[in-house]
Design a protein around this ligand. Structure first.
Ligand code: ADP
Ligand code: MG
Length: 288
């Protein structure tokens, strides 16, 4: 039978803005040794702002932004929202003929007879598009139209105010290893990792490679140790399922992620996770 204290613990967690879907997860929270985080929307705000628009010669900034706005029209990715915001003009949905979102890469659309690609270097390489290789700080969306490179848009995100504090608290609570997994570039990943003092950063990952990283980390830990993964659910549902404890950010998170998760943070503050572990530790001291 489940000790009553567990129910008290779950109630305590919920008063702290954390939904724990069962006593076994509350118990597991006591043994977290490895905490793995998605970047966008989890450690960073996930609210991107376009900071520069750089078309190839012969194309205007407005034209490049318009191509991007068409490409991103049906995407829910935070990148897509920032592009819609920067693009002032109207986008005619009727003109979209085909639409494909390629997870971890970007978008491919046909609009009024033209094929537009919008995404990262991996997408450009995959489609055989020659692209600029200059180093820029920020997330870069490259664009191509009918097989020809059209330019790039730089977008920046910010680390959440409480991410650094949350990482410190987790270490104090006994978490030994803090890891970030991201599909974004190495430069952006390292910058965020350094500012938060993370132990490991793995960048330029496709969703299935995030799963592989979690599997590798799982093999490193002791039999009683738990691996926890926190994500916003935008293409990280498979990782959420693979972790010992899958944690979804309830505010930005998708319904599918909230359903797949074992623990849901009702607000998007990473410090809520530290609060949940504290409740779990307190509950254990009452039960045993
Ligand atoms: P993260 O791991 O940071 O959450 P994602 O896995 O969601 O990032 O995306 C990885 C990368 O794929 C992004 O940094 C971007 O380069 C590219 N990408 C994904 N979706 C889009 C999109 N809608 N438009 C442009 N690029 C995209
Ligand atoms: Mg993501």
């Amino acid at each position: 039978s489940i000790p009553l204290g567990f129910f008290g613990g779950i109630g305590g967690a919920s008063r702290n803005g954390v939904l724990v879907k069962g006593g076994n997860y509350l118990e597991a929270l006591n043994n977290v040794k490895i905490a793995v985080f998605d970047k966008t929307g989890t450690l960073t705000k996930g609210v991107f702002k376009v900071t520069s628009v750089v078309p190839r010669e012969g194309l205007t900034r407005e034209a490049l932004l318009e191509y991007a706005a068409y490409a991103e029209i049906h995407s829910n990715h935070p990148i897509a929202r920032s592009i819609q915001e920067a693009h002032q003009g109207k986008v005619d949905e009727q003109k979209i003929e085909t639409y494909e979102e390629i997870s971890g890469h970007g978008i491919k659309v046909r609009v009024a007879g033209q094929e537009i690609l919008a995404g990262n270097v991996k997408l450009m390489d995959k489609e055989g598009i020659e692209h600029g290789k200059e180093k820029v700080l920020g997330t870069v969306v490259h664009l191509a139209v009918d097989g020809q490179y059209a330019g790039h848009i730089v977008i920046s995100d910010e680390v959440k105010e409480d991410s650094a504090g949350a990482m410190r608290q987790l270490k104090e609570l006994g978490v030994e290893k803090l890891v970030m997994l991201t599909g974004d570039s190495r430069e952006v990943g390292q910058a965020v990792g350094n500012s938060l003092g993370l132990d490991e950063v793995h960048a330029e990952l496709l969703p299935h490679q995030k799963v592989e990283q979690v599997e590798r980390l799982s093999r490193e830990k002791g039999p009683k140790d738990k691996l926890l993964f926190v994500g916003d659910g935008i293409n990280d549902a498979p990782v959420l399922a693979r972790a010992d404890i899958g944690v979804a950010m309830g505010g930005l998170g998708s319904d599918a992620a909230i359903e797949a998760a074992d623990v849901v943070l009702m607000t998007d503050e990473p410090t809520k996770l530290a609060a949940a572990i504290k409740v779990a530790q307190r509950t254990r001291s009452i039960v045993w």
